[in-house]
Ligand binder design. Structure first.
Ligand SMILES: [Fe+2]
Length: 262
């Protein structure tokens, strides 16, 4: 893929997002959040691709995946006014379908088209299926890291805002109660990814974000977590007690441990 092809895909995306504009201010805010998220995921992707020493063509392919990974979010929100897939539609599958139905990728080599559609489809799956070819696996891992890194930013910014100013769709409508689920905390302690359907409160949502660090594939992604101070920032937003502090320490040690291994 050359630079012009990527540029014309970016133009298509901008026009598409513009066509999804909504008249209610709160709705449009949710659309803008996803637009900015896409931009940041593109930046994360290029950085990871550079650190992995991908060539220019592969980097453009990775950036195209980043550009389109959440393309389904816009029509999901238009139709259902939520980002919660469990009560609406799988936005990754919807996005992949949209790319095919609108022939968005038609000028790209067939093999690139397949990798993009596959990576978009798999970007939000709990765990990647076995048997993916080497290239599909690389690009799927890359978008999953770039995406998680930016969702951490979005979630932190959400909690840094005053309650009345928050875009509620970000936190899936979970109640802001002082408690948290032992099942979600146990995942953080065991080094496992928590499932979204286990969430009961906003604190669980914060704990879930921390469990995502166990699912990051590349060392440079973990380095970005450290650079951006995501663990400390999220930990400060959680209830202060011994069991939370202990669980946070486990994930902190996990990240620094992986960064020490050459
Ligand atoms: Fe997504």
């Amino acid at each position: 893929m050359n630079a012009e092809a990527l540029q014309s895909l970016k133009t298509w995306f901008q026009n598409y997002v513009h066509s999804c504009s909504l008249s209610v201010q709160e709705d449009q805010r949710n659309i803008t959040i996803k637009q900015e998220h896409t931009h940041q995921v593109c930046l994360n992707t290029v950085r990871i691709a550079e650190e992995l020493r991908l060539d220019q063509r592969e980097t453009r392919l990775a950036e195209t995946i980043a550009l389109f990974h959440d393309v389904g979010r816009f029509s999901q929100y238009q139709q259902y006014k939520t980002f919660d897939d469990s009560i609406s539609v799988n936005h990754a599958v919807l996005g992949a379908k949209l790319l095919v139905e609108h022939n968005v990728l038609q000028d790209l080599p067939k093999h690139d088209q397949e990798i993009i559609v596959r990576a978009v489809t798999l970007h939000n799956i709990f765990s990647l299926p076995k048997g993916l070819d080497e290239k599909s696996l690389l690009f799927a891992k890359l978008i999953r890291d770039a995406d998680k890194l930016d969702i951490l930013r979005v979630v932190i910014e959400y909690f840094e805002q005053d309650e009345g100013d928050r875009a509620e769709a970000v936190a899936l409508g979970l109640p802001d109660l002082p408690g948290y689920s032992q099942a979600v905390l146990a995942c953080l302690v065991r080094g496992e990814l928590a499932r979204k359907d286990a969430l009961t409160t906003l604190n669980d949502f914060k704990l879930l974000q921390l469990t995502w660090l166990y699912d990051l594939n590349f060392k440079c992604s973990l380095r970005m977590v450290e650079e951006r101070d995501y663990i400390r920032t999220l930990a400060e937003m959680l209830p202060r007690n011994k069991e939370i502090a202990g669980a946070v320490e486990i994930v902190r040690n996990y990240v620094s441990g992986r960064l020490k291994i050459c």
